[in-house]
Design a binder for this molecule. Structure first.
Ligand SMILES: Cc1cc2nc3c(=O)[nH]c(=O)nc-3n(C[C@H](O)[C@H](O)[C@H](O)COP(=O)(O)O)c2cc1C
Length: 374
């Protein structure tokens, strides 16, 4: 019998599928609906202590591609396929006081579903670092099962917050350690993909005591110009700031980041995010070594909390396990990381003529000998 449940960072999930921190998890009613629909867990919209006011215009738009032309646009039109989501939405505009009683109520209503609180503060001084502890303590006191540190929001001006913080390995380490000092529940660090080598920041998080890494948040990006009006397709008074790209376009990009992470830390826990809308997509993350996956864009477009998406994910996993039952696979853990080592250096890929290529750095190919390359 297929068993959809899994244990991740010591927590038992009914299934390995979570709604990621975003509009689908911004309210009590949404989270209750999500659990009812069958999601194994949710990560709340990020909770902070700083008041947040969003832009005077749409916060999220969807870029679509035509089937029969290279046209890409956010304009709604028949027959177009989803390319990506673009957003410049800040963290939750609700206060911690608003969230606290709701977290408690959600957990009481659904004790067996996993509630992860996403939290975010600054890191520029001790007061800011204590804010992380205030948030962590308040959420765990309400029964939250884990904390996810938002070290990756791409639209923050402050240098000590969001992806600006997440690009600094020392700050990543310090913030993680500060939260770990007060937390009795697992701490996941959500990293930004907008760095040169995500392994560096992940090492910082693990040194600080992180129990898992979540990746990816959205990729820094701009909306496109409308060729007729010469205005961005999303703007306020003609202006934009960089926002975050999610959805199908980032699936391969996010997988490349995840592959780096799981190869560098094969014994650690990872939650895969980016471009997932079907079990076939999620399977990529499992095969690379993720124990759970998270979904945002696809759920936003499916009745706000993704009832059809989670049905397909659960059915897909069940069918996959049945199909591979002859291999002795009965649960996700039986195939997590199975293809992690299939990503190798270019020079390790077979050539038509093995003797013709030496990895692009051998003297036999006419390159300078290593000691001449100073
Ligand atoms: C409108 C919107 C708001 C988001 N807000 C948050 C947030 O508050 N905290 C966070 O960690 N990630 C946030 N995200 C990022 C998502 O959780 C997720 O990492 C990203 O969208 C990639 O997943 P996807 O391709 O399934 O959309 C947001 C994404 C969108 C589209």
């Amino acid at each position: 019998m297929a068993d959809l449940s899994t244990t991740f960072t010591g927590i038992r999930f009914q299934n390995p599928f979570l709604l990621s921190s975003a509009p689908p998890t911004e309210s009590e009613s949404n989270i209750l609906r999500a659990f009812e629909a069958g999601w194994g867990g949710v990560v709340t919209k990020t909770i902070g202590l700083h008041p947040v006011v969003n832009v005077a215009g749409p916060k999220t738009k969807f870029l679509r591609a035509d089937a029969d032309s290279p046209h890409l646009s956010m304009k709604k039109r028949p027959g177009a396929a989803l390319h990506s989501s673009w957003n410049w939405e800040l963290i939750s505009d609700k206060t911690l006081d608003w969230w606290v009683p709701r977290l408690g109520r959600i957990k009481k209503a659904y004790p067996n579903h996993i509630l992860v609180a996403s939290i975010m503060a600054g890191s520029g001084n001790d007061t800011e670092l204590r804010h992380w502890q205030t948030l962590a303590t308040a959420c765990q006191n309400e029964g939250c099962d884990a904390l996810e540190l938002n070290l990756s929001c791409p639209h923050m001006d402050r240098q000590d917050m969001g992806s600006n913080l997440g690009k600094d390995k020392e700050l990543v380490s310090i913030v993680t350690k500060v939260v770990k000092e007060v937390s009795k529940i697992p701490v996941w660090a959500k990293l930004t993909p907008s760095t040169t080598d995500i392994v560096v920041e992940a090492r910082g998080a693990f040194l600080g005591g992180a129990d898992a890494i979540s990746s990816s948040n959205t990729f820094t990006s701009l909306p496109l110009f409308d060729a007729e009006t010469l205005e961005f397709e999303v703007h306020v008074d003609g202006f934009v700031s960089t926002g975050g790209l999610g959805g199908p376009a980032i699936l391969p990009l996010s997988l490349a980041k995840m592959s780096q992470l799981t190869q560098a830390f094969p014994d650690k826990s990872f939650s895969g995010i980016g471009g997932i809308s079907t079990f076939a997509h999620a399977l990529n993350y499992f095969l690379l070594g993720c124990g759970t996956v998270q979904i945002c864009t696809a759920a936003m477009l499916d009745h706000a909390v993704g009832p059809n998406v989670i049905r397909e994910l659960n059915d897909g996993l069940r069918l996959f396990l049945e199909k591979h039952a002859d291999k002795g696979w009965t649960r996700v853990d039986d195939f997590v990381g199975l293809r992690r080592d299939r990503v190798v250096a270019q020079s390790r890929i077979r050539r038509p003529d093995e003797k013709a290529y030496h990895g692009g750095h051998e003297t036999a190919e006419g390159y300078a000998a290593p000691d001449e390359l100073v």
